[in-house]
Every structure is written in C-alpha cells, then in structure tokens.
Design a protein. Structure first.
Length: 291
C-alpha cells in the first residue's frame, strides 16, 4: 500500500504563524517531483510546538491539496492516548490514508503499555496505523516481539523504523510477516534498509531533494542497487549536513536556499550556526541542487 519516498513534510511559518499558501505550494512541488506520499505533522513538521488546532489544520490542508493524487500519512502521535485518539479521528474525518503514531515519549511505558496504547488507537476508528519506533526521542523501544503482537490487529499495517539497526528489518519480518510495511526513518541507511526487506523511507532530506530520493527508492524497489547507490553517494554529504543540528532546522535552511520556504522555526529550536549552513550548502552542491 505504501512504498517509496515519503517526505516528512516541514510546516512553513511566516512571522510565527502557519504559512498555508506555502504549505499548499510544497504539496504541489512534491507531487511534481515524484514523491510517493506525504507525512505532515511529524517531528519534522514541528508537531511538538503546534497547537492542536494548528496540527489539525495542517493535516486537513495537506489532504485537500494532495486531492488523492498521492497518499497522506497524518502524524497522530502523542504520549497521551486520549490526545492521539483525537488526532486519529480527525485524520480519518478529513481523508488521510493512514496515521503515523509514535511510541509514547517521556512517560516510558512498558511493552504492555505500548500494546494497550496502540490497541486503543486501533479501536478508535478505521484508519490504518503505521507505528513510529524512535527510541532516541521517545526513550522507549518497541521490541520486534511486541510489534508482532500488534501486527495481528488488521489496521496496524507497518512501521517507520528509526532505530538505525538494519537487523531489525529481518527480525520484524520474522515477527510481523513479510507483508508488514517497513519504512526507514533514517535517510543515511535507507538504501541498506530496503536491501533487508524494507519498502521505503519517511525522509527528512526528501524535503530538499524529493526527485533524487524518489528515484533512489524506485531503483531499490526494482532491485537496481547499482543505480541506487550512485544516488546515495550523491546525497550522503547532504544527509550528514542536515542532521548536524536538528534535522528539520537543516531541512528548512536548505529549502530556503532553494526559495521554497522560510527557514523560520519555533522555539526552543533556533536557526543554524554559520558553520552548519556551509556544510549544507556544500552538501547541496555535491548533490547537484545548487551551484
């Protein structure tokens, strides 16, 4: 159902407010560049600093702008199950194709707590769920065994895996089955992730280089890893540079260099240091995105 390159869409701001016109333009640009879907209001979409109303506005506007041409996987995660239910039900109401739900952060639930959380979300509506497992941010790691239990539920269909452990793909194939959708959450290892059995990436760098990332994903899915590694080599300096500081800040700066949106971010994030800007500029040149 979901394969290829899915930009973890940034949320553009203008003078501290949502810039909806630019958001709509970005949707059109991603479709024209070949992105296979969009993921609004994840971490890269600055979900921690959006109000609930802003969160829902962004999801609704992206779904409307995409107009069914590519699927929209709406960010719907929270460390509060009730809050996540709200986002799930709203995403279903406005027509999202699925929801991306992060493992609850900060309160450090047990594996049993994770099963309870995701089961409640599964039962709250008919929207398919992609689990987002990112221990580095949530401080809890969903084990392959727990994921296998959740995969028995019909609408828990896949995972965005940001563990950085490529062996996880094979372990999760064992516990969840070969049809369970495994999407990488780490740009630098997305090529190898697909070689292990993954089928795509929810990507930060795809905000900046969507055509190249979609081409790389298509090459791996066609089994042409020679072509894919050439694209990976061109993109690797940019991947590394964007994540020198928080990735969404790097992505917005690079996008501002391409005239796509402002580099404005919300506190407690701040703009990039000059040294990181140089690294990103050099990475964009290496990828052929700017002179």
């Amino acid at each position: 159902m979901f394969k290829g390159s899915f930009p973890a869409l940034v949320t553009p701001f203008k003078n501290g407010e949502l810039d909806i016109d630019t958001l709509k333009h970005l949707v059109e640009w991603h479709i024209s560049e070949g992105s296979h879907g969009l993921v609004p209001v994840g971490t890269t979409g600055e979900s921690p600093t959006l109000s609930h109303d802003e969160h829902e506005t962004v999801v609704e506007e992206v779904v409307k702008a995409a107009a069914g041409r590519i699927p929209v996987i709406a960010g719907a995660g929270s460390n509060n199950t009730t809050e996540s239910v709200r986002f799930m039900q709203h995403a279903e109401k406005v027509g999202a194709a699925a929801a991306l739900v992060v493992t609850p952060y900060y309160n450090k639930p047990t594996q049993a707590g994770l099963i309870a959380h995701f089961t409640a979300l599964h039962e709250c509506c008919e929207l398919p769920i992609i689990i987002y497992n990112i221990p580095g941010r949530s401080v809890v790691d969903m084990t392959p065994e727990t994921m296998g239990e959740l995969a028995k539920l019909p609408r828990i269909i896949g995972v965005k895996d940001a563990t950085g452990d490529l062996a996880r793909v094979s372990y999760q194939r064992m516990t969840c089955g070969k049809d369970f959708i495994q999407l990488s959450g780490e740009d630098a290892t997305a090529h190898g992730f697909n070689a292990q059995g993954g089928v795509g990436c929810i990507s930060v760098t795809a905000n900046v280089a969507p055509k190249m990332l979609s081409q790389m994903q298509e090459a791996t899915l066609a089994g042409d890893y020679t072509a894919a590694i050439e694209l990976q080599d061109r993109l690797m300096p940019l991947h590394k540079a964007i994540f020198t500081e928080p990735g969404l800040v790097g992505a917005k700066y690079a996008m501002s260099q391409l005239g796509l949106c402002s580099d404005e971010v919300r506190s407690p994030l701040t703009g990039l240091t000059d040294g990181t800007k140089v690294l990103i500029d050099n990475g964009m040149r290496h990828a052929g995105l700017m002179n």
